[in-house]
Design a binder for this molecule. Structure first.
Ligand code: 0RA
Length: 633
């Protein structure tokens, strides 16, 4: 890494007008996300200084007049004259595109907002920008207007102690649809950057309101602290493993910890940029993790000779990990340019993480045994699930794909027009069977609480007869052999009571679909029926309504009194004709199509309510108890 940059290192590329013409090309969008990119861009430059070992403090201020300033104690942007442009280096960095991002290789100066577009982009998209530099014991200043036009030459305006840069900018309201910053977005990003840059202190001061809000992030442990933060609600298995090492290829930092959950949380970064699509560093990490755990388990006789090796899936269950690499010339590939392509990073992570993790297991046998048991459990569950699934499928095949007895199937075999109603309880199932349109509507009644606590795992799920019926009825199979194209109904409709139990069963079903049949949700095949809550009657006329607001409105308009309001407690209270008219008739019913986000939420609710940790559950119930309406007790 070159220690002393000066003006001649800066490669001059192109001018700023292009940025104002097509801002999207440089910062993605001009909505709120693009607006925040301006802050990220400046902060990332300061973080670059921190990564290079020159900056310890970054202070971000949101001012009352809409400006943002970012103050860092890095080396300060160079101020000497630039050979090619004849301007000061400062002016070059701030008015020439890409000039601030890369310095002819060398160093890790590669991060930067949308992959290093440079502070000049911030200047281009601001009505006013002030740059102040502390260097050579002097304070330098230059101001720009109207998207990067310098108001005057760079000037010494005073003396300075130490080095650093302050960039203050005013986002251009003609460019951005929104010019108000969101405190939580800013805080989230700054917290993440603080985790990824060990030892740097990042402060945020929000001066926009009467009282200043101040926040400070400093994480001595770097990504190790990040793991602590992610796992704070979860039951930990063993302590946090951590390694940081500089190699030829760059700096590799990995932290991990296992928890008692089933889900995996692995986040990877390259030069502090989140690599959503993974890439070489992730591949190296995964292959090492599996290899090291298998070899430890074998060497310590925790995997017996007859046992299979752990698969990659077995070592993922309950894993929380951060893999952060810093390298001179990152290649971002993939659909969203968020996949690290540098092949050398695969072997670098493999070796550095692998060696250190092996050592960790040797030195911490108690933790090592706990982790291996967790993997063993996952492995047994996987094998049991496979066996269970095989029996389910084999049974199906042997009986000529016999559909479950409780299923009242439809006569059409065209999935596009077929609907499957999953109905809670036998009595409602009975009404639905009688009231349905036989040709295209099938009914599958489910008895009682179909699933509980642990039964969300594949092996347990297939021990459950209700679910087995559902899987056979769907026709898609489950787990490794799941195939959404085999689905027998393009509408799978969950029909439960409009009470607390109904809501519970709906949460369980949504969670199960989310975890085991996500493609069904992605394809848009999953729905929730909306049975009415009330029947309002006046003489021979009747109204079925779903919401309280609707009820109020009709009662007022039609002058309906309390004795003519019937509240349905369950689907079972409706006769077949009523159930058809209100909930099943394609002409009049209303269905809610489930999106992945809905199911994800159900999953979170489920984890909070059913997980092994008591504290978050208590908290959830306390915070949500007030929002529960229509509690039938
Ligand atoms: C170019 C070269 C050097 C530092 C920077 C730019 C720099 C840019 C920003 C933007 C915000 N804060 C910043 N801090 C530094 C290297 C300077 C040297 O070699 O002394």
């Amino acid at each position: 890494m070159s220690q002393n940059y000066d003006a001649s290192d800066i490669q001059v590329l192109e001018g700023l007008s292009a940025v104002r013409k097509r801002p999207g090309m440089y910062i993605g969008t001009t909505d709120i996300a693009g607006l925040h990119h301006l802050i990220w861009e400046v902060v990332d430059n300061a973080i670059d200084e921190a990564m290079a070992g020159y900056c310890k403090n970054i202070i971000v201020v949101l001012h009352k007049d809409g400006a943002v300033s970012v103050d860092d104690d890095g080396r300060g942007i160079p101020v000497d004259r630039h050979e090619k442009t004849g301007k000061s280096a400062l002016e070059t960095v701030l008015t020439v595109l890409h000039a601030g991002g890369k310095f002819g290789g060398g160093g890790y100066k590669v991060s930067g907002g949308l992959h290093g577009v440079g502070v000049s982009v911030v200047n281009a998209l601001s009505t006013k920008l002030i740059a102040e530099v502390r260097r050579n014991n002097k304070l330098y200043r230059q101001e720009y207007r109207n998207g990067g036009e310098p108001v005057s030459e760079i000037a010494v305006v005073g003396e300075a102690v130490g080095t650093g840069t302050v960039i203050t900018f005013y986002p251009d309201p003609q460019i951005f649809k929104v010019i108000e910053f969101d405190i939580n977005t800013v805080l989230g990003r700054l917290r993440q950057q603080a985790y990824l840059t060990k030892g740097v202190t990042i402060k945020l001061i929000d001066k926009r309101f009467d009282a200043d809000f101040k926040y400070e992030f400093y994480f001595e442990g770097g990504v190790k602290s990040y793991i602590q933060h992610i796992n704070h609600n979860k039951e930990a298995i063993g302590q946090i493993f951590y390694v940081e090492k500089e190699a030829q290829e760059g700096i590799i930092e990995v932290a991990l910890q296992y928890t008692g959950t089933f889900l995996e949380n692995v986040f990877t970064y390259a030069n502090n940029i989140y690599t959503q699509e993974g890439g070489m560093h992730l591949t190296g990490f995964r292959s090492s993790l599996t290899r090291v755990l298998n070899s430890y388990a074998r060497n310590n006789n925790l995997l017996k000779e007859k046992d299979q090796n752990f698969s990659a899936e077995d070592v993922r269950e309950g894993l929380t990990a951060i893999v952060s690499v810093k390298l001179p010339d990152p290649q971002f590939e993939g659909q969203t340019k968020s996949k690290l392509g540098n092949a050398e990073m695969r072997t670098a992570v493999e070796t550095i993480f692998g060696d250190a993790f092996e050592m960790f297991l040797e030195e911490n046998p108690k933790d090592a045994h706990a982790i291996v048991s967790k993997c063993s459990l996952a492995q047994r569950a996987r094998l049991a699930a496979r066996a269970a699934r095989d029996t389910v499928i084999r049974k199906g095949v042997l009986e000529g794909m016999t559909l479950p007895g409780k299923l009242a199937d439809c006569s059409s075999k065209d999935p596009e027009e077929c609907e499957l109603f999953i109905v809670e309880g036998d009595s409602a199932g009975g009404s639905a069977k009688q009231g349905r349109k036989r040709e295209i509507q099938a009914i599958l009644p489910l008895r009682g609480k179909i699933l509980n606590t642990e039964q969300i795992r594949l092996d347990k799920i297939l021990e459950n007869n209700e679910i087995k019926s559902l899987v056979i009825a769907l026709g898609t199979s489950i787990g490794e052999t799941f195939d959404v194209s085999k689905i027998r109904y393009h509408k799978v409709i969950i029909m439960t009571d409009a009470d607390v139990d109904g809501a519970h069963i709906r949460t369980l079903l949504l969670t199960m679909f989310y975890r085991h049949f996500p493609e069904i949700i992605e394809k848009g095949y999953l729905y929730v029926a909306q049975p009415p809550l009330y029947k309002l009657s006046k003489g021979k006329q009747a109204w079925y309504v779903i919401t309280d607001e609707e009820k109020e409105e009709i009662c007022k308009r039609e002058e309906i009194t309390n004795q003519n309001i019937q509240r349905y407690k369950g689907l079972g209270e409706m006769n077949p004709q009523q159930l058809w008219e209100t909930t099943m008739d394609q002409e009049t019913r209303s269905l809610i199509r489930i999106a992945v986000a809905d199911a994800e939420l159900a999953d979170q609710v489920f984890t909070t309510l059913m997980g092994s940790e008591v504290a978050p559950r208590k908290k959830f119930i306390q915070t949500h108890a007030k929002s529960v309406k229509n509690l039938d007790l």
